[in-house]
Design a protein around this ligand. Structure first.
Ligand code: FMN
Ligand code: SF4
Ligand code: SF4
Ligand code: FES
Length: 625
């Protein structure tokens, strides 16, 4: 639509100013307006946040408030375990765990009555106090939002909201710089790739800029295969234009005219919002030929991945885009020299690209003030597992694991003991209680036997068996190995067999040596990243939890009660209140007793160790031995 086209910098400035004022009016409630924002991230959508939104619209209409009250869908708020979220502007009141049934009360009490719905506020578990505003919730206090800029604030399906929240300001700056100046700025920022390896982004761009070729490409890696990780999905869902702008800046810097988003097909919301954002930007002439009247032309394409972990590896990803089987290519030549269709290509992670517009807007110098000496800026983590506050967390590099788990994550549920945190997903390792004060950055995590990875951070408590954890990741790797090199294809299968033997109670001391030697030979013998890092969870748990392996092998015991063959369920007759709840729910009738008269007893020959009775007994009478 030609009328929408923003032809030059002046028109862009006008558009940005207009959209900024509109957004400001919405947030500040100028002219007595109210705005109800609802989380439209995948987590909250799965709890019917789209139905909540429709219900608000219905009630606004029924109350004839269309001119006063607006409804807005935004991206993930981060604190997903407390969703769905509803935030009311201008007061900034944040309601959590909202359901469709709560809409009427929010409308009547808050929107019409001007009073807060107390019962929907977040309650600080430490002080017991109800908290009205997002920024006062401890989960958010130590966070700093750079990559998540705009997520949970703007409507990701409306380019005008993005304009009001800094979109395209960085591109405007960049178009007045030379490509080398842009690369220099990214180099000076110290930005390192957030996809796992932590390679300096500016250096990668410099390699590609130095290539003499008319055809170059930028690829955004949105494959996000690490189990438990969802930061890239949330960024794409919450502010897709920030990533598109980052990609455009990369394209300008290296001399590329085309960019490819590689996103797994299991991310339909992210893909849809990306499509909308691309279409809107194209309609305004911000993607296409002669952007803002300059010589810079850039187009963006989307390719869907089928969800294979190996396709997140950059060269396998390139094969996948080209329509070939997703198997890694030998390096060198590196993609910056010979990448997509043999042309110089840079591959950057979603989060890496989301940082780029911010760096340009605030300057590299300002960006580099955040973080540690060798790891600048922030990192987004998908904090999960045995932690009270599950969600997306963006913290300055240098934040300690203790701050992440206890101050932001709210500690371990049910007064259990922290045992370990796995960072770096299946390629990473675990960090223990002795390492809680480690400042998080690329080099510190590697020095402690783990890695940053893409940002999955899974907390484990005393009920997790560390041998079982290693087995879980190995099982994942076995399924996901592309099979190209035999060390990885066959070696990981053998490792899994040994681990299964150990957890089944058939392990021998010799198995420990086998695990170690085979892990090391897979590390050196595999040609690509997946195989080279496949044994990391084993090596890391073996070095930090060797006694747990020994207990499985020597004593045939799993103290966490996870390895079923090594566990017996027993009812303590002194604690049993003879209520029969366990017996009534045992799927194989393994429990007998007389209600109110005789303590209940488990027949260990019948018991299939499902754990139902343990979780049901309110008196803690059933233990695992
Ligand atoms: C097995 C394997 C899986 C990977 N998966 C991803 C992924 O899902 N997303 C990602 O950005 N990088 C992934 N990487 C890293 C990429 O190969 C590449 O280094 C990264 O996309 C570069 O972007 P960055 O420099 O911005 O981090 C993976 C690497 C390996 C070895
Ligand atoms: S649920 Fe607990 S208290 Fe009740 S019968 Fe079973 S073991 Fe005893
Ligand atoms: S663990 Fe499961 S099968 Fe065994 S006694 Fe308890 S409920 Fe029954
Ligand atoms: S999806 Fe709603 S808070 Fe994360």
């Amino acid at each position: 639509m030609a009328t929408n086209i923003i032809k030059n910098e002046k028109e862009l400035d006008k558009k940005i100013a207009e959209c900024f004022n509109n957004l400001k009016k919405k947030f500040e409630g100028t002219e007595g307006s109210r705005c109800i924002t609802i989380c439209g991230g995948t987590g909250c959508l799965s709890s019917e946040s789209n139905v909540i939104l429709k219900e608000f619209e219905k009630q606004i209409k029924a109350n004839k408030l269309e001119n006063k009250v607006t409804v807005n869908k935004v991206g993930c708020f981060g604190f997903c375990s407390q969703g769905p979220f509803v935030k009311i502007y201008p007061e900034d009141t944040l309601y959590r765990t909202v359901s469709v049934a709560d809409v009427k009360e929010i409308m009547e009490t808050d929107i019409l009555g001007g009073k807060i719905v107390d019962r929907l506020l977040y309650i600080d578990p430490k002080s017991g106090k109800k908290i009205t505003k997002q920024e006062d919730i401890p989960f958010y206090k130590k966070q700093m939002r750079i990559a998540l800029h705009g997520c949970g604030v703007i409507n990701p399906e409306d380019i005008n909201e993005a304009f009001g929240y800094d979109a395209f300001k960085a591109l405007k700056i960049v178009l007045k710089m030379t490509p080398q100046e842009v690369v220099n700025e990214i180099l000076a920022s110290g930005l390192r790739g957030r996809g796992g390896g932590g390679f300096p982004t500016g250096r990668k761009w410099q390699f590609a800029l130095d290539q003499k070729n008319d055809e170059k490409y930028v690829v955004c890696n949105g494959d996000e295969g690490d189990p438990g990780a969802f930061m890239d999905r949330s960024i794409l869902e919450g502010n897709p234009l920030a990533v598109i702008e980052g990609m455009m800046i990369a394209g300008y810097a290296i001399g590329a005219k085309n960019g490819y988003f590689y996103v797994r097909a299991e991310y339909p919301v992210a893909v849809n919002r990306l499509r909308i954002a691309i279409k809107e930007a194209e309609e305004m002439g911000l993607l296409g030929d002669h952007i803002l009247g300059t010589n810079f032309s850039f187009r963006v394409h989307i390719r869907l991945g089928a969800g294979a972990f190996v396709c997140g590896e950059e060269t396998a990803l390139l094969n996948s885009i080209e329509g070939k089987r997703g198997m890694p290519r030998p390096r060198p030549p590196f993609p910056a020299v010979k990448g997509l269709w043999g042309k110089p290509t840079i591959i950057n992670n979603v989060e890496t690209l989301a940082n780029v517009p911010y760096i340009i807007r605030v300057t590299a110098k300002e960006f580099a003030k955040v973080g540690t000496e060798k790891s600048k800026g922030t990192k987004v983590f998908a904090l999960g597992g045995k932690v009270n506050n599950v969600g997306l967390v963006e913290v300055p590099m240098g934040t300690t694991l203790r701050e992440l788990i206890y101050d932001i994550g709210g500690g371990i549920p049910n007064n259990k003991q922290f045992q370990a945190i796995q960072t770096g997903g299946p390629s990473g390792g675990c960090l223990t209680i002795n390492e809680l004060d480690t400042p998080i950055d690329y080099d510190n995590l590697i020095a402690k036997g783990s890695m940053m990875g893409s940002g999955g951070a899974i907390v484990m408590d005393e009920d997790n068996c560390m041998v079982d954890v290693a087995k879980f990741y190995l099982g994942f790797i076995c399924d996901e190995s592309c099979g190209k090199c035999s060390q990885c294809r066959i070696g990981t299968k053998r490792l899994l067999e040994i681990l299964t033997r150990i957890t089944d109670g058939r392990g021998t001391l010799e198995d420990i040596d086998k695990l170690e030697s085979l892990s090391k030979s897979i590390q050196v013998g595999s040609l690509w990243g997946l195989g080279q890092t496949a044994a990391n969870p084993i090596l890391s748990t073996l070095s930090k939890f060797r006694e747990v392996y020994m207990r499985h092998i020597v004593d045939k015991k799993c103290d966490a009660g996870v390895s079923k063959n090594l566990v017996t369920f027993v009812i303590d007759p002194n604690k049993c209140k003879k209520c029969s709840l366990c017996a009534r729910n045992c799927p194989v009738d393994a429990i007998t007793g007389v209600v109110g008269k005789e303590p209940f007893v488990i027949d260990t020959n019948k018991c299939i160790k499902c754990g139902t009775c343990v979780s049901l007994c309110k008196f803690g009478a059933i233990r695992k031995e």
